[in-house]
Each structure stands twice: as C-alpha cells, then as structure tokens.
Design a protein. Structure first.
Length: 287
C-alpha cells in the first residue's frame, strides 16, 4: 500500500469573483505502513487535502494514486475509495447518531455491502481495538458515554470498515491532557496492530514529532517542506515565518543550548531530553 500525490490543485468557487486556490501543485508520497504527519496554519489547505485523499473533493488538476489506483480518475467508484481510505473528522463524536454503539459502528460495514455476520465480526474487532469493552458498551446509547469514550466509538465506526489508510484530523482536539494521551496511545496501537498507513493532522507539534516518521508542512495551499520529522523541525525560522511552532521539548533544548549547556537539540521525547540534560550536567560541559 502506498500513496502518490502529484501536482494536486484545487480551486474553490472557480470563475467567481471570490474564487480561492486552496491547494497549489502539492506533491508528496506516503509509504506502506507509514505514520505520516501533516501540519499547517489555519487556512493552509490541510482539510481540503484530506477530503481529496478520501475522494470527497475532486481536484482542478493533478492526481492521487492509492496502491496503483488513480482515485481522481473519472471511472472510479467512490465505494472502492471509501473501502481503502477511512477519514476521521475533527470532533467525530458529533456524527454519532444511532440508538446504540453497536449499530453506530456497524453502519459503515453494512453500507459497504458486508453481510450481517461479517459486519458483526468487524464491529466487535473495532470496538476492542479502540479500547472499549464490547460487552459493556455495545448496547449503550453513544450519547451516554464519556467524552473520551464517544471519541473512541466514533473512531471505531471508521476502522470497522477495515481501511488500508486511516486519516485522523485533529483526533485529540478538545480533550483533557489524560484523554489526549490515551487517544494517541490508542492510535499507535491501531497502527501497529493493523499495519495500515496512518495520516495524522494536528496543531500539536509534539504529537506530530513523537508519532510521525515524515511530515508535510503546508502554507497557503502549497507544500512548504516535506521530509523526516527531524528535517522539518530543524527549520525553526521557516516554520515560525508560517505561524508554526517546533515541538516544545525541542524548543526547550534549544533554549538550554543558547544558555550555554552543551546538549543535543534534535530531541522530541521528554524522557530522552531528561537523560540528555543529566548527561550534560554530570559532565559539566558548557558551550
């Protein structure tokens, strides 16, 4: 499984006085089983790009090829695209609607043509994958669940369709710190257990740095930079000029180095940072 995006361009309200170019010749690749990140300031084109990857929008020009299938072609059945690519919108719990969790999670597989027996197996697997107890939640109304449980149930409704590509748009938005961490650990677990491509969109640079192998940064609909997390976040000044931060841990390490402590700065993880600071202090090395 792989994704190739080539020269993707999208124009809203084309031909009208208020037309706007939301994507401008964006190109990038996502490899098999990769955990991939997309960042960008509000209005940079992130949501528009995601909707193209799921076939919800058609480009003005350019192409998207998923595992050899050009989903921007005119003869592609959208049901086949949705089988391959699952999109979890921001605040997905707002889309819960069925009378119980089981029916909500089963909605997607049944509409894709799975039999009731097949859907049952997919529902059970998805609910367990998101860390919910099937016996305890399947017959409950989704509206009786806690905020974190609702988010998990909504994500289960997408992964029950067995997508080979899972796209998550700000999956931790609006959550308290504990639930934020729990949801990210759940996403990591799903990625490892399913072996799918996972694409994470987030304003939290720490989350992107700690989870994503490569990162695409967008600015005004165009690709600002594309590379490994270390490559992208090493370009602090360029990111800042586009209204983007670097991961908090990396920023802290840079400040320590500027203050005279000889530490590595390309660190995203708190534990690794603590070990590096302890090492530097024990040696008493100053720059």
């Amino acid at each position: 499984m792989s994704i190739q995006v080539r020269e993707l361009t999208h124009i809203y309200s084309e031909g009208l006085p208020y037309q706007s170019k939301a994507l401008d010749s964006v190109s990038f690749d996502v490899s098999d089983k990769e955990f991939f990140g997309i960042i960008g300031h509000t209005g940079s084109g992130k949501s528009t790009l995601l909707q193209h990857l799921n076939g919800l929008l058609k480009p003005k020009s350019g192409s998207i090829t998923i595992n050899g299938m050009d989903i921007t072609g005119g003869n592609i059945a959208m049901k086949e695209v949705r089988r391959k690519v699952g999109l979890v919108f921001q605040y997905p719990e707002y889309q819960l609607f069925e009378e119980n969790v089981y029916k909500d999670v089963a909605f997607g597989p049944l509409n894709l043509g799975f039999s009731a027996e097949e859907a049952d197996g997919l529902v059970r697997e998805a609910i367990e994958l998101v860390g919910l107890d099937f016996a305890k939640v399947s017959e409950r109304s989704p509206f009786e669940l806690s905020g974190g449980q609702k988010r998990r149930a909504a994500i289960a409704g997408v992964i029950s369709m067995k997508p080979e590509v899972l796209i998550l748009d700000e999956p931790t938005a609006g959550l308290d710190p504990k639930t934020h961490g729990d949801i990210l650990r759940m996403i990591d677990d799903i990625h490892m257990r399913t072996g799918n491509i996972t694409i994470l969109v987030s304003h939290n640079m720490g989350d992107i740095a700690n989870h994503c192998e490569r990162v695409l940064a967008l600015r005004n609909g165009a690709a600002l930079m594309f590379g490994s997390a270390h490559e992208v976040f090493s370009r602090k000044d360029e990111l800042a000029a586009s209204g983007l931060d670097i991961p908090p841990v990396m920023d802290f390490m840079l400040k320590l180095k500027e203050g005279g402590l000889s530490v590595k700065t390309d660190i995203f993880d708190i534990g690794e940072a603590a070990s590096e600071i302890a090492r530097a202090l024990s040696r008493g090395v100053r720059t």
